[in-house]
Design a protein around this ligand. Structure first.
Ligand SMILES: *[C@@H]1O[C@H](CO)[C@@H](O)[C@H](O)[C@H]1NC(C)=O
Ligand SMILES: *[C@@H]1O[C@H](CO)[C@@H](O)[C@H](O)[C@H]1NC(C)=O
Ligand SMILES: *[C@@H]1O[C@H](CO)[C@@H](O)[C@H](O)[C@H]1NC(C)=O
Length: 383
């Protein structure tokens, strides 16, 4: 949970789009945007829903999870909803429940499929990482790892990825942890996250690694800024396959607000030494997205030479920002694909009827939580 949340709340910002709720259900396996499929209960608390994350299974069905805040007890969990019609309709499928802390799975879920056998787990095992901490936000925080060997039906606790003493708040000096993001690379599974436990930095971005999913390395910095109160946050990473480079996006909460920045490195383990660059669109609006970015890479839909596109989403913008593989700072093209913005709107390249599409997962915006609900969108890969 980043400073951005508090700032947005203070400004009473909310998505104007969320006011125009469209209840039509899309046709199966078509393109659509702003498809709300989960409304929280009216007595839900905090943000009601936030921070949606998706996954596509080998049979092309889709999964979605999000921060969910029904009234407690029972303890909160990370719901798993499933769609078998390309995201048009969804049903309640399973939940990732806290099996070890007695605190609930509260913040920032993330889903990942093991692309190959790893650490005794078979290729295709689904991993779920998330933040577990008590309702009071006092008493400790874990980033925990769960695994499913049956396509997300059932889940088992695997390991604690990282621990902080809490309280789990965005106040500098509190030992909080946020926003896990998983990526396999060579012989390691990497978990990137936001870390408030270093006394020299209000918050910094780090990663830890494992070779067996059970034991994790000490944290290694990916982004730090010299000023104690600066708070880089919310890592996501994409592999630029054509150049074998890696791009990470993050929000840099400092004097300039929470502007989206990125780094490019030849290894996802070496972002620390790469230069942080502010993302600014190359049209006359010179737009810099603010807050909660997400990055994906895809082969270019109109080329067959292996080159691709980098696509970045930012929290306060409906358009996405696309760039060629070189990630030239002057190459960010702003493209409106008609999908609502959201706090940490996620993206994934999915396959629908044999065609690659860009899929969005929205858990709502900040501001008036009354308007938070879970929505998805499927659009052609923007060029
Ligand atoms: C999903 O179904 C389970 C029962 O299988 C229930 O406990 C849970 O509350 C449901 N989740 C949501 C988000 O409705
Ligand atoms: C890519 O192809 C799509 C149709 O498949 C077309 O709409 C789009 O304009 C093309 N983009 C470029 C940059 O050629
Ligand atoms: C913006 O960058 C794209 C590459 O992503 C390029 O095709 C386009 O010409 C650039 N636009 C301007 C105005 O420089």
């Amino acid at each position: 949970m980043q400073l951005f949340r508090a700032l947005l709340l203070a400004r009473c910002f909310f998505s104007a789009a969320a006011l125009h709720i469209d209840k039509r259900t899309p046709q199966p396996f078509t393109d659509f945007t702003d498809n709300i499929f989960f409304y929280p209960a009216s007595d839900a608390v905090q943000w009601r829903t936030l921070y949606a994350r998706s996954l596509q299974l080998p049979d092309n069905s889709l999964l979605m999870t999000w921060e969910n805040y029904p009234k407690e007890p029972p303890l909160v969990n990370h719901p798993i909803y499933k769609s078998i019609d390309g995201g048009a309709t969804w049903s309640n499928f399973s939940q990732v429940k806290d099996q070890t802390n007695g605190w609930g799975m509260r913040f920032q879920p993330f889903l990942y499929t093991l692309p190959r056998d790893f650490g005794g787990f078979a290729a295709g095992t689904i991993l779920a990482a998330g933040v577990s901490t008590p309702f009071s936000l006092e008493g400790g925080v874990y980033i925990d790892l769960y695994a499913s060997k049956d396509q997300a039906k059932t889940w088992n606790f695997v390991s604690h990825i990282a621990y902080g003493a809490g309280p789990e708040t965005i106040k500098n000096g509190n030992d909080a942890l946020w926003e896990p993001f998983l990526l396999i690379h060579d012989n390691s599974l990497i978990c990137f996250y936001s870390d408030q436990t270093d006394p020299n930095h209000g918050q910094k971005l780090v990663h830890v690694t494992t070779s067996n999913l059970l034991t994790w390395s000490a944290p290694v910095s990916d982004v730090t800024f010299p000023a104690y109160g600066d708070r880089p946050g919310m890592t996501t990473v994409a592999h630029i396959e054509s150049s074998n480079q890696f791009i990470m996006t993050f929000e840099y909460c400092g004097k300039g607000g929470c502007r989206v920045h990125y780094k490019v490195a030849s290894s996802p383990l070496n972002f620390d030494s790469a230069q942080a660059i502010q993302l600014t669109s190359n049209d006359t609006s010179k737009t810099t997205p603010v807050g909660s970015p997400y990055v994906v890479w895809t082969p270019h839909p109109n080329r067959s030479d292996g080159s691709g596109l980098i696509i970045v989403s930012g929290g306060n913008q409906e358009p996405v920002f696309i760039n060629e593989d070189a990630a030239n700072p002057a190459g960010w093209k702003k493209v409106d694909v008609g999908m609502w913005s959201a706090y940490s709107r996620s993206m994934r390249i999915i396959t629908v009827n044999g065609k690659k599409k860009l899929f969005f997962g929205n858990g709502g915006n900040m501001g008036d939580p009354k308007y938070n609900s879970v929505a998805c969108g499927v659009v052609p890969i923007p060029t």
